[in-house]
Write a new protein. Structure first.
Ligand code: C2O
Ligand code: CU
Ligand code: CU
Length: 485
């Protein structure tokens, strides 16, 4: 339970109004996070229309901000829920079928990639499947994934960072019977927040300028498409899903009260059991789920989610307690069943697939190779159904920086981290990794080697692995790999 700060004068009226304003007709739902829960259970078949197109949203006082955004409709039906320039926000049951008729109404090529979802290679949004301006593509697949918070975003050749920065991203929450049977907070106590950072010019337009090594870093926090986000809450327990939808910024998440964080899920849903952490690291592409207990808080008190990676720290999101309820819910001690992959059982236990991060000038590479659209190296072929160990290394060269490494095609378990240099920066983050669940993206720190175990289960075909710092990806820090029968 939290010790609460009294609400201070620090929250201006303008900030408060802004938290509420962007809610539009859904004000009654209680805040930006709650709006994300207006999602659609459409039964076993869901037919959607999705268009990527220029739009405009009010983010800062004054002129609206031009964005590139997804707009979604149920076929022949209503528009899908969105949060500001982000969306749609979908909720679909495991086992259901999704068909998305996509239209590219942007002035350049794009694709839609379903981050973390187990889909056929031709549905994965690989840059080779580029949809031209005015072009269409039918993304259709069955949802095999376990319950979790997945998302979708563009993946075109060398333009992923730019397009995501313009606003293109949506969320697909999957539910399953194991998760639904658990007594977890649900409905308007199951909230989603997408964390992003942006730079705006004096006319409120998004500015895309990138640092040569760091990628795109914005000076304003934008949460669910809003600045100075405030979420009203009651004195109950919440399930809070956080997605780092930033291009390049890595967050060290802490409560302003100094309370411990209760982590119940990561990229692919619930952990085996809750984990208590002093802080949580969240790199671009990663997700985390928290159990947040506001019981005992007094009305009017506030708590902030902060990023302490920045000097002095940055406020990301403020929770404001506005009503008191009686909530008897208890934190389940067992959350989900996850088989444990054993290193000793990997087919290549003595010969890990080594991927070394390297840098040539301002260009980042993988095993000294840049992205090649049409080829794989012999070491980039793996077998469906085979448990394999991959070892990512970030310990060659100088001026090393963290990289969030991501695999398409198959989730994995992080089984070993070895640090050989950069100890002091490592010590600031090491307790914040959530390595105990199913992952699709992990943080590879400077001086570190990380072993993951993965077993592609469903589809064969050509997938990619890359750094989820989107500017690194665009600069070539991405490679194909083949899953063969
Ligand atoms: Cu979210 Cu290939 O990435
Ligand atoms: Cu992905
Ligand atoms: Cu990188």
């Amino acid at each position: 339970m939290f010790r609460f700060e009294r609400c201070s004068g620090a929250m201006s009226r303008r900030q408060f109004l802004q938290g509420g304003l962007a809610l539009g007709g859904s004000l009654a739902l209680g805040g930006p996070g709650a709006l994300a829960q207006v999602v659609r259970d459409r039964g076993p078949f869901t037919n959607l229309k999705l268009t990527a197109k220029p739009m405009a949203f009010s983010i800062l006082p004054g002129a609206p901000t031009n964005t590139w955004s997804y707009e979604g409709f149920v076929k022949g039906g209503p528009a899908l829920a969105r949060v500001g320039y982000l969306g749609p926000i979908l909720r679909l049951p495991q086992g259901s079928y999704l068909s998305v008729d996509f239209l590219n109404a942007l002035p350049e090529d794009t694709t839609v990639h379903w981050h973390g979802l187990d889909v056929p290679a031709i549905m994965d949004g690989h840059p080779i499947m580029a949809v031209q301006p005015g072009g269409r593509y039918n993304y259709a697949y069955r949802i095999f994934n376990r319950a979790g918070t997945y998302w979708f975003h563009p993946h075109p050749h060398m333009r992923t960072g730019y397009q995501v920065c313009q606003g293109l991203a949506g969320v697909l929450i999957v539910t399953d019977p194991e998760e639904q049977a658990l007594a977890l907070p649900r409905g308007d106590r199951d909230l989603l927040f997408v964390l992003q950072d942006r730079n705006f010019d004096s006319n409120n337009q998004i500015v895309y300028t990138i640092g040569p090594a760091t990628g795109y870093l914005g000076n304003r926090m934008v949460v669910n498409g809003q600045v100075d986000a405030i979420q009203e809450v009651v004195t109950g327990v919440y399930r809070i899903r956080l997605l780092n939808g930033s291009n390049a910024r890595m967050y060290k998440l802490e409560w302003s009260t100094g309370e411990q964080m209760v982590v119940i899920g990561c990229d692919h849903g619930l952990l085996r059991a809750p984990e208590i952490k002093p802080y949580v690291m969240l790199a671009p592409g990663e997700r985390v789920e928290l159990w947040v207990d506001f019981r005992g808080a007094s009305i009017g008190s506030t708590i902030k989610l902060r990023n302490t990676m920045t000097v002095g720290g940055t406020d990301l999101l403020e929770f404001r307690v506005t009503a008191s309820v009686n909530d008897p819910i208890q934190l389940p001690q067992t959350l989900s069943q996850i088989p444990t992959y054993q290193l000793s059982q990997a087919a290549n236990v003595d010969n890990p697939r080594v991927i070394t991060v390297s840098r040539v000038g301002t260009e980042w590479r993988l095993n000294d190779r840049s992205f090649e659209m049409n080829s794989v190296e012999p070491y980039e072929v793996t077998r469906r159904g085979q448990l394999e160990v991959w070892e990512f290394r970030n310990d060659v060269g100088s001026n090393l920086i963290p990289h969030p490494m991501h695999l398409h095609g198959s989730p994995f378990q992080v089984v070993e981290r070895t640090i050989s240099s950069y100890q002091s920066s490592y010590n600031l983050v090491r307790e914040g990794f959530i390595d105990s669940g199913w992952k699709d993206t992990f943080i590879l720190m400077p001086g570190e080697r990380v072993k993951i175990l993965t077993k592609p289960q469903t589809y064969t075909g050509r997938f990619i692995y890359h750094c989820h710092n989107l500017e690194h990806e665009d600069m070539g820090m991405m490679r194909n790999y083949d899953i063969i029968p």
